[in-house]
Design a protein around this ligand. Structure first.
Ligand code: ADE
Length: 281
């Protein structure tokens, strides 16, 4: 039984998605479950010890994958991480590919996002008298993206293929897209599609965190001659490439823990950015 409190600041976090429900090879030293003004996070947050620093790991869909994408308590997740001291988040997500050259099991570091959620997910901290507006022109963090790219380059020999930019379409789900929608997203310039990067990335920006998603393709959605996406296919490819996903995230964590107090990890450029006077506990 792990301690349920941890009183040192934790600056680096991983939000794991489908197929990345936990991180192996790290010493868990606590599992905390802060109750935020938006409720508890999707899962207790594991505090892992790594290279003399601490890393927070949160399973986005819950320990038993009990939250569908539209049910994920995103505000509680982000607020709980921020409350622990987190300033920098690596988020992981299984995605459908909208481009021929992004093959199942390839990784993508998106630099843009198109919001196709339906506004039914709570998507902001700024309401109820707390007013704020944040820029979101570049939704992800180029500094974190550069680290992910460098790590993937060093793993090329192990069959890791990484696409250095791309636009992720975030749809509401939980149903997958129609064929007409899939073709439309391609015509919009979409690279990959998922159901979970928003509102997570928007909330991370409001909470003044550096945030980058690492996407792994598990299917060609339904625009391709390849079999249409289904859950078994997503799980099969996630499982087949889970080792590389964990190694890539692990390599990124090695780098981030080495620069734990840098402006990048400490999200210096976002300090005071949202000016909304948010309180996360
Ligand atoms: N996650 C994995 N594959 C997906 C797809 N094709 N559409 C939406 N979310 C996904």
């Amino acid at each position: 039984q792990l301690p349920t409190t941890f009183d040192k600041p934790v600056h680096i976090a991983v939000i794991g998605g489908t197929g990345l429900g936990h991180l192996e090879g790290y010493e868990p030293i606590a599992a905390v479950n802060p109750i935020t003004p938006w409720g508890p996070p999707a899962s207790p947050i594991k505090i892992l010890s790594h290279n003399g620093t601490y890393i927070a790991f949160l399973a986005r869909h819950g320990l038993h994958h009990q939250y569908a994408p539209h049910e994920v308590p995103n505000r509680a997740n982000i607020a709980a991480l921020r409350h622990l001291g987190v300033r920098c988040v690596i988020a992981f997500s299984a995605v459908g590919s909208l481009q021929e050259e992004i093959k199942p099991m390839d990784f993508v570091v998106p630099d843009q996002v198109i919001d196709r959620t339906k506004g039914i997910r709570p998507f902001t901290f700024f309401e109820g008298g707390v007013v704020g507006h944040v820029g979101f022109a570049d939704p992800f963090d180029a500094g974190l993206a550069a680290i992910v790219k460098r790590c993937a380059e060093s793993m090329e020999g192990d069959g890791v293929v990484l696409h250095e930019k791309g636009t992720v379409i975030v749809m509401e789900g939980p149903q997958f897209s129609t064929r007409a929608e899939s073709h439309m997203y391609r015509s919009w310039g979409g690279s990959v599609i998922n159901m979970s990067t928003l509102p997570e990335a928007k909330l991370a920006r409001e909470a003044e965190l550096s945030y980058q998603v690492i996407a792994m393709a598990t299917d060609y959605d339904c625009w391709h001659s390849f079999e249409d996406v289904n859950v078994d296919m997503v799980m099969k490819y996630m499982h087949q490439n889970g080792k590389n996903a964990k190694r890539l995230v692990g390599a990124v964590l090695d780098q981030l823990s080495n620069i734990e107090h840098s402006d990048l990890v400490m999200a210096k450029k976002w300090e005071g950015y949202s000016q909304g006077g948010l309180k996360f506990m």
